[in-house]
Design a protein around this ligand. Structure first.
Ligand code: BES
Ligand code: ZN
Length: 625
């Protein structure tokens, strides 16, 4: 009995089991997937097959257990791969699909012969697949063709590929994707043909082992624009020129990261610009970051997001959190490296502003988590919870602060060398928080003395404790303080809006300014600001988001049309959540929120919908009669 329990608890390599996966990789491990999928826009389904290559633990007889969600399984066969040139011998295999768990989906259990090293699953996705979004032509920039994209992180790959959907698993893959011309299919992988191999057929290959949450697909009226020799952007034709302009510094950013963290190991680095309903700012799909069009500000001001997704090429994609409880190993490290890239390319002054603004975000987030001390720790318990809900600013900004503290304690030189060896020595593996702590103690803390005046940090309050531990680094920015001063001058009535000194302000200062305004403001005072600075018509989505929150809070009606337009076009969860939360604070706001939500909800992607349903209280219960 102990043996069975032991196996259930431990994945191969002694890593703890992933509570978000039915897979038992200690018994059978999937190492490679051959995908053959047709994109059927008319039905909103992917249809085809996945061939899984298996690696069995010696002497263990066990069925293959996979993660699926809302897949229709048509047929399963299993067999042994043949030698070079020969065809695999496959025969029908028995399978069962478990009950659907609202978070995990359904366990697919396949009884394959003991010597089988291949399993072939013919299947079809559901139009409601949580990891796919099917957009109508009206939801695209061009308006003529439909668009499809995937979002597999955290546990949505299973809604379109039957797999061991755990970040502790790594697979390579080959894919054939069919889509009706003139649509173009892309994947976060190496493209094997420059155009379609034959009309409507695209082939891809990922030769580096990646966790399934990084498997990604897109299709639409897409064109490519080169930026550097190994960088470029995919977008709809009308969006492409703006995107090429915005991302001009991609190659510089890559070089900045490589200088400190070692070679970029993935070949190309491209960005796919999605329609505005994309629920995230960016998603670090390997070789092809997926990004919201809301970062196309026209002045390259929001490119920290590119630095962030690029940084994941080291922290996350190369060295991966083994479970979603270790999410900070992905996002905290990435946020730290993002700042380092920004510092190299754009200088310390700008980067310090970004640290300060992130700290403010973190403090806000912690206020919202006041009654959830467990979620204020870097390592969090997600048992019985959807990992998408565990993704808070704590992982990002408390995590990056810990790395900055280590940098400041041991000196940049030793810390950089340490981090580089962490990536080199764990490349293409999945790691836990304990793995990191052991490596940190052995390879940095035990070896390098702290710089003068510093003492080794106590790690426990960071890793498992709430709040921001004492001794956390504090970034400061004179420029941001000036913005705050201007806000205070205006608030106290010492100066009118037009008399403020705002010349040459970057969006950081505008954000700080808006955040420093008084808790309560008359609508006429909002109008004064809007007349002077044109916030309602700003093209910068960060400023607009902040402004729209304020306009709700202070009942500023002239922004109402813009608010509705924004909420019905943009699906980025980070922007939508605070606006809906603000609306829900008053009775009139609730009515308005629900009216807009009823219109906008069909446009939102499943992940955003889930978060917003909760905030808006959807579906609205019928009035008691
Ligand atoms: N990997 C995340 C997005 C994500 C997190 C998807 C959790 C699903 C679950 C991505 O790298 C990210 O952090 N994006 C941020 C941008 C960043 C600059 C903070 C976003 O989308 O806002
Ligand atoms: Zn990230």
């Amino acid at each position: 009995m102990w043996l069975v329990t032991g196996l259930a608890m431990l994945a191969a390599g002694g890593a703890p089991a992933d509570v978000h996966s039915y897979a038992r990789p200690a018994e059978v491990r999937v190492t490679h997937i051959d995908l053959d999928l047709e994109i059927r826009f008319a039905e909103k389904v992917l249809s085809g097959s996945a061939v899984l290559y298996l690696n069995r633990a010696p002497g263990i007889r066990a069925p293959l257990r996979l993660d699926t969600r809302d897949l229709t399984i048509l047929r399963v066969s299993a067999g042994r791969s043949a030698g070079a040139g020969g065809a695999a011998r496959m025969s029908e295999a028995k399978w069962t699909l478990g009950a659907r768990d609202p978070i995990l989906g359904s366990e697919l259990t396949i009884q394959a012969p003991d010597d089988a090293d291949l399993v072939r699953i013919e299947y079809r996705t559901s139009p409601e697949a949580t990891g796919l979004q099917w957009l109508s032509p009206e939801q695209t920039a061009g308006g003529k063709h439909p668009y499809l994209y995937s979002q597999s992180q955290a546990i949505h790959a299973r809604s379109w590929v039957p797999c061991q959907d755990s970040p502790g698993i790594r697979v390579t893959f080959d894919a054939k994707v069919r889509v009706a011309p003139p649509l173009v299919a892309v994947m976060a992988a190496e493209k094997l043909t420059s155009g379609p191999a034959e009309p409507g057929l695209f082939r891809f290959r990922m030769t580096h082992p990646i966790p399934p949450y990084l498997i990604a697909i897109g299709a639409g009226e897409l064109v490519f624009g080169a930026i550097g020799p190994r960088t470029g952007v995919w977008a709809e034709p009308s969006v492409l020129p703006r995107a090429v302009y915005e991302f001009a510094d991609m190659e510089k950013m890559l070089q900045a990261a490589e200088k400190t963290y070692g070679p970029y190991r993935w070949g190309r680095y491209d960005i796919l610009i999605l329609p505005p309903s994309f629920p995230f700012g960016g998603m670090e799909n390997p070789m092809l970051t997926f990004a919201t069009p809301t970062i196309l500000a026209g002045d390259r001001s929001l490119v920290a997001l590119v630095a962030h997704e690029m940084a994941h090429s080291w922290s996350g994609n190369l060295v991966t959190n083994a479970t979603w409880s270790d999410f900070w190993l992905n996002e905290g490290f990435t946020t730290y490296i993002e700042h380092r890239i920004m510092e190299t390319v754009y200088g310390r002054e700008r980067t310090e502003m970004e640290w300060v603004l992130n700290r403010q975000d973190l403090e806000e987030e912690l206020k919202g988590l006041a009654d959830k001390p467990g979620d204020q720790a870097l390592r969090i318990d997600l048992t019985g919870r959807d990992p998408d809900d565990g993704a808070t600013d704590v992982a990002y900004d408390k995590g990056s602060l810990l790395l900055r503290l280590l940098e400041e304690t041991y000196g940049r030189g030793p810390f950089d060398a340490f981090l580089r060896s962490w990536f080199d020595e764990h490349a293409f593996t999945s790691v836990t928080t304990d793995d990191f702590l052991a490596f940190l103690r052995e390879r940095l803390m035990a070896k390098s003395p702290p710089v003068a005046g510093r003492t080794p940090p106590d790690l426990a309050p960071w890793i498992d404790g709430p709040g921001i531990p004492p001794g956390a680094p504090v970034a400061t920015s004179d420029a941001l303080e000036k913005a705050e001063e201007q806000a205070a001058r205006w608030a106290s009535g010492k100066a009118g809006a037009r008399q403020l000194d705002t010349s040459g302000w970057s969006f950081h200062l505008w954000l700080r300014f808006l955040r420093a305004l008084p808790e309560s403001l008359e609508a006429v005072r909002m109008k004064e600001l809007d007349d002077a600075f044109g916030f309602t018509k700003t093209g910068n989505s960060e400023i607009l988001d902040e402004w729209l929150i304020l306009s709700v809070r202070h009942g500023y009606e002239p922004a109402a049309a813009k608010l509705e337009q924004f909420l019905t076009q943009v699906g980025r969860r980070k922007y939508l959540k605070p606006i809906y939360q603000e609306l829900m604070k008053t009775e009139a706001g609730k009515v308005r929120a629900r009216a807009i939500y009823a219109k906008a909800r069909p446009m939102y992607q499943a992940i955003a919908r889930r978060s917003l349903d909760e905030i808006v209280g959807w579906p609205v219960p019928p009035p008691a009669s």
